[in-house]
Design a protein around this ligand. Structure first.
Ligand code: ADP
Length: 404
């Protein structure tokens, strides 16, 4: 099946056109600066050079029209007819408590997605716009929503409830949702395949470390806990987000500095994390360079970042009563030699024997623990688009079988 995977943000759309049988990307690209006069579309057909088109793209509908046009283009395209797009798979950030699996988009699903806007005010509106635009241009093509939250929705109550009055959970659905679900799902399953064991027999910790960072405890194939919470702010230190802290800190700062709710939100989400602590950068590569040059604030930020990951490795090992594999993924997890080394140091007591040489020479999916390490440490590049494409295919085929 050929699936167009869309990840729609407020001013950008990332796309991949995938062949699920071959598990390959036929073309991929991105539309940036939607709504501005000089929007940019970059497009790379499989095995060919990247092209760049600059023009006015006023909204998501026009952006998707461009994406379809470039897929059809005689010079840079990969299809001859729109009908070759068998289905569209949308990344949707927040499925709330309703969606524990991907769904075929219907009017009823759209109604629930709109209800969930309150839970993800930054992310769900552009996701909804993307679905509407794709439906407008491909009215006869099935559209499927794949949720970042779905993998975590069935966590046990002791992992998802907060220690606040229960009525507030009931009234406002305040609970841990967790995000990056497609990535945690993908790398946990790949880890099981690499280890040659059914995922139902394994205890795995997955660390997705990118600009946003989260970890998940995947026990017998199920996410039983994850570091992000009600919003993607909780848990690990991130590029610009604080992660865990005593909630009183923010109340105290609001009082002292006279911050409004919106300003406090911006402080925690945009000016904290690596950039806040280091005063340098939210980008791990720049933090590492500064650390190597002896910058003390950058070192604090780096240490805070890795220490918190290590802390959760301990916590999740205890939560699952053991550990078989620790997986690193995401821009930092896949590429940072220093982060992986720091996180894995002194973890022999839980069975991790780290291999410095393997860690310095990674490529593709690989182990960075020694042959005889009881707990395997793996580097696995994530592929969220493939999960979305395969899930889309599964849902569409189920639907077809149902309607026969
Ligand atoms: P996003 O979460 O936006 O998808 P990525 O997964 O691409 O982001 O991760 C971006 C992060 O990965 C940045 O902090 C970047 O510095 C970091 N990164 C990328 N390459 C390296 C590298 N070679 N060493 C250390 N960090 C890296």
């Amino acid at each position: 099946m050929k699936v167009l995977v869309l990840n729609c943000g407020s001013s950008s759309i990332k796309y991949q056109f995938m062949d699920t049988a071959e598990k390959i990307t036929l073309a991929k690209g991105m539309v940036e600066r939607i709504g501005m006069a000089s929007a940019v579309l970059t497009h790379t057909p499989h095995g060919k050079e990247k092209i760049r088109i600059v023009g006015e793209i006023l909204d998501h509908s026009i952006a998707i029209e461009y994406v379809i046009a470039v897929l059809l283009s005689p010079n840079h395209g990969v299809i001859k007819d729109k009908k070759e797009i068998d289905a569209v798979g949308h990344r949707v950030v927040h499925g709330g408590e309703t969606f524990s699996d991907s769904v075929l988009i219907t009017d009823e699903v759209m109604r629930v997605l709109k209800e969930n806007i309150e839970l993800a005010p930054l992310h769900n509106p552009p996701n909804i716009k993307g679905i509407q635009a794709a439906t407008e241009h491909l009215p006869n093509t099935p559209q499927v929503g794949v949720f970042d939250t779905a993998f975590h929705v069935k966590m046990p109550p002791h992992a998802y409830l907060y220690g606040i009055p229960f009525e507030l959970y009931k009234k406002y659905k305040i609970r841990r949702y967790g995000f990056h679900g497609t990535s945690h799902f993908f790398v946990a399953h790949r880890a099981a395949e690499i280890l040659g064991k059914p995922i139902e027999e394994l205890k795995i910790i997955t660390a997705h470390l990118g600009n946003g960072c989260s970890m998940a405890a995947v026990d017998h194939g199920k996410s039983v806990d994850t570091t992000m919470g009600f919003t993607p702010l909780e848990g690990l230190l991130m590029g610009t987000r604080s992660g865990d802290m005593d909630p009183s800190v923010i109340l105290y700062i609001m009082g002292k500095e006279g911050l409004s709710l919106a300003e406090a939100n911006t402080l925690m989400n945009k000016h904290s994390g690596l950039i806040g602590v280091s005063g340098e950068s939210s980008d791990m590569r720049e933090i590492e360079t500064a650390v190597q040059e002896g910058d003390k604030k950058a070192k604090n930020a780096f240490d805070l970042f890795t220490y918190r990951i290590k802390k959760y490795v301990g916590a999740y090992t205890a939560a699952m009563g053991g550990l078989d594999a620790l997986v690193f993924t995401g821009g930092i997890g896949e590429n940072s030699i220093m982060v992986r080394r720091d996180v894995c140091s002194n973890l022999e007591f839980i069975g991790i024997k780290f291999d410095e040489k393997l860690n310095e020479n990674v490529s593709g999916e690989c182990a960075i623990s020694t042959e005889d390490s009881k707990v395997k440490v793996l580097r696995i590049p994530t592929n969220e688009e493939l999960v979305i494409a395969l899930d889309t295919e599964k849902i569409v085929k189920e639907q077809l079988a149902h309607s026969k």
